[in-house]
Write a protein that binds this ligand. Structure first.
Ligand SMILES: Cc1cc2nc3c(=O)[nH]c(=O)nc-3n(C[C@H](O)[C@H](O)[C@H](O)COP(=O)(O)OP(=O)(O)OC[C@H]3O[C@@H](n4cnc5c(N)ncnc54)[C@H](O)[C@@H]3O)c2cc1C
Length: 408
């Protein structure tokens, strides 16, 4: 695989603006070249359903109930699963990875089972993530590996460690196992030359995740950036956190890898802060989140020798800003220190047009047994409903492409 850090040599970046490719995010021919007309018609139907908040709420409730009653759900959910997930296992997902890579878009295999508990399930998740890293070794279809620390630890334990609570000896033993799982994943990824990202989660779990991510970056990011933490800019403290991390790394001689996202747990965070009668960790409004997100992009672009980024967003304005700023600074679009990432089935107009213009674009490709992917699918539906305009953007692009194909 091509490590994002292996090309091109930063030293060759010219200070002159690069006369770059013109990015046209409304080029639906490029955006959907990998989707058949049948796929697009299905997607049109699916996004139309997702666009109705009351249907999503009722649907999510019905699905959770059906899961609890162990009713069969495969038939009903298969089209949604096929659109948003690579397959039920890595082998099935390789087909999706192949399809994406034909258009220059790389894959980030994301094991989608969530909320597992008990050593058996945690070890099984660890084995799955390890297999994904091994699959990415030396394979140019893959850009990164990724994992959630909550897939490797009970949440109660993560929360206790995040709050520096004292641990029983059994908990200490369990925590050492969590540290061991994280360390072995990062070590294998580094040995195989596969950059690896650690997702960000709820604030009450994040303290422990930050500590683990920092120690892994300190260990593995000496020469090139192998381990990436994640900063959620919907938190009002994260721009400062990223800046402080960069300062520490520069002093100690390592590189900060950071996936920049806005953040996925806003409602939950606000509700919990109210319930616990403490100030919310979330920005006061969307404009403040956007401001910090774009400031984080600027901050990184000014010091790419010390801070490498993955821009994880479906926001067209932020994506365009980063791409244009790279060119204005004289960086090559494919500069290995900057990558863009979107989720499979969302914002193909960004991923595929970025890749067509030579930028490093990748998709999170979730995989896992359909039943275990259901919480992920429900979150996608809820997010598409709650994120203002995302569904209507997807719908409009799909309609535009279907019209274009009909004419063509
Ligand atoms: C490749 C990739 C990886 C990701 N990894 C993670 C991860 O590790 N952890 C994680 O938490 N999320 C992750 N996400 C999800 C991400 O955080 C966002 O939820 C999602 O991408 C929507 O934000 P946006 O930038 O794409 O779009 P936009 O539509 O521009 O922004 C929507 C986001 O803005 C913020 N927002 C909305 N309203 C308000 C408000 N009133 N006040 C303050 N902020 C507001 C919220 O974060 C909301 O999700 C990832 C997303 C991608 C594409």
């Amino acid at each position: 695989m091509t490590s994002p850090n292996s090309t091109p040599n930063p030293a060759v970046a010219s200070a002159e603006p690069v006369a770059g490719p013109t990015l046209a995010f409304n080029d639906t021919r490029t955006a959907f070249a990998h989707r058949s007309t049948r796929d697009l018609r299905r997607a049109l139907w699916m996004f139309s359903l997702i666009g109705a908040p009351s249907l999503v709420t009722a649907g999510a409730r019905a699905i959770r109930l059906a899961m609890a009653m162990r009713l069969p759900l495969d038939g009903a959910l298969r089209p949604v699963f096929d659109y948003f997930c690579g397959g039920e296992d890595i082998t099935e997902s390789l087909h999706t990875a192949g399809q994406l890579s034909r258009y220059g878009v790389k894959t980030i295999l994301d094991y989608s089972a969530e909320g597992q508990t008990g050593d058996g399930a945690l070890d099984a998740a660890h084995a799955q993530i390890m297999s994904a890293i091994n699959s990415a070794k030396g394979d140019s279809r893959f850009a990164f590996a990724v994992f959630k620390v909550s897939a490797l630890s009970d949440n109660d334990l993560l929360e206790k460690v995040s709050h520096n609570a004292s641990l029983t000896s059994e908990e200490q033993h369990n925590w050492q196992r969590v540290e061991g799982r994280v360390a072995s994943l990062c070590q294998t990824a580094a040995d195989h030359g596969v950059p690896i990202m650690i997702d960000a989660e709820e604030t009450w779990l994040q303290g422990a995740i930050d500590a683990l991510a920092e120690s892994m970056m300190r260990r593995h990011n000496r020469e090139t950036c192998r381990v990436y933490t994640t900063a959620q800019l919907y938190r009002h403290d994260r721009l400062a956190y990223m800046q402080q991390l960069a300062e520490t790394a520069q002093k100690e001689g390592w590189i900060v890898g950071v996936k920049l996202v806005r953040g996925a747990y806003m409602e939950k965070e606000r509700e919990r802060a109210i319930a616990e009668n403490r100030p919310s960790p979330i920005q006061p409004n969307k404009a403040a989140t956007d401001r910090d997100f774009n400031a984080a992009l600027d901050f990184a672009l000014q010091r790419l020798d010390h801070v490498n980024i993955v821009c994880g967003t479906h926001n067209e304005a932020s994506t365009l800003k980063l791409a244009e700023d790279m060119l204005a600074k004289g960086l090559q679009p494919g500069d290995g220190r900057v990558a863009f990432a979107q989720l499979l089935g969302m914002s193909d107009n960004l991923s595929f047009n970025l890749a067509a213009s030579g930028f490093q674009a990748a998709k999170y490709v979730p995989y896992g047994p359909l039943r275990e992917a259901i919480p992920y699918l429900i979150r996608r539906a809820e997010e598409n409903t709650s994120v203002g305009g995302q569904t209507s953007r997807e719908l409009e692009l799909i309609r535009q492409e279907l019209r274009r194909r009909k004419k063509g």
